[in-house]
Write a protein that binds this ligand. Structure first.
Ligand code: PGA
Length: 250
């Protein structure tokens, strides 16, 4: 694991965007695994900026997103399809036919999950998988559990995740209770994983990810078994790692 500590959110975003841009420069037809949430917004802004300046092109890139709320259409402004269009795809030269997000409205959600796994496998898995991390250590919507789930699956969101996501909806009742999420299989099959974290609220989750036992109680801890993980965090998110004496790059 390589861990970069950046001063603040802006510097974290810039570092993460550089790592993604490097992947695209190395292989313009790469497959990027993408994430939603507030953490990657600054990273996407940097990528948009560089694309608009002509320094980066998504023309041949394919993307696969981690998850989608069950029951929301891509037109709903809190759906993750909408988020991706709004924060990245509408502003870069990507072919949207090559951007994939699980379909939250699929009549048969289980079948949609199975098809999503087949799709990601057929694409050869992500060359680089971007991840945020939940306060409870979730990645995608893989919530703390008694076992890891390998396949893409339908999950019941935990109260803490519903609470954390209420800020994006008019009220708590409007937050969907279920989501379709990649399991840890596709995430672990990615060539490289880039996990980004910002703020003190993530410090425990990041510490448990790196230093804790590998347990489904902290889903991100499975990344200890991945051969190529890069964590980029700001000082607050990495504070507990640093206090524990874990070496970080600056
Ligand atoms: P956040 O969410 O970026 O909005 O904090 C991260 C996550 O829950 O994966």
């Amino acid at each position: 694991m390589r861990i970069y500590m950046e001063k603040d959110y802006a510097a974290m975003s810039r570092r993460a965007a550089h790592i993604i841009a490097a992947e695209i420069h190395k292989n313009p037809a790469c497959v990027l695994g993408l994430a939603t949430g507030s953490t990657p917004i600054g990273t996407y802004q940097k990528l948009v900026e560089w694309c608009k300046a002509g320094d980066l092109s998504f023309a041949e890139v394919t993307t696969v997103n981690l998850d989608e709320y069950k029951g929301l259409s891509g037109e709903h402004d809190q759906s993750y399809r909408y988020f991706m269009n709004d924060n990245l795809f509408n502003h870069v030269d990507i072919d949207k036919d090559f951007t994939f997000v699980p379909d939250g409205l699929a009549e048969d959600a289980e079948a949609e999950c199975a098809e999503y796994d087949e799709l990601v496998e057929a694409l050869g898995y992500a060359d680089l998988q971007l991840l945020g991390i939940g306060h409870n250590g979730h990645i995608g919507f893989n919530e703390p559990d008694t076992c890891f789930t390998k396949e893409t699956h339908v999950v019941n969101l935990t109260d803490s995740t519903i609470d954390a996501n209420t800020r994006f909806f008019a009220n708590r009742d409007e937050v969907p209770r279920q989501a379709l999420t990649m399991g840890v299989g596709c995430i672990m099959a990615a060539g490289r994983v880039l996990l980004i974290a910002s703020g003190e609220g993530k410090a425990d989750a990041v510490y448990n990810t790196v230093c804790g036992p590998i347990t489904p109680e902290c889903p991100a801890s499975i990344l200890q078994l991945h051969p190529d993980v890069v964590i980029v965090g700001d000082e607050a998110a990495l504070s507990k790692l640093v206090a524990a004496g874990v070496e970080v790059c600056k």
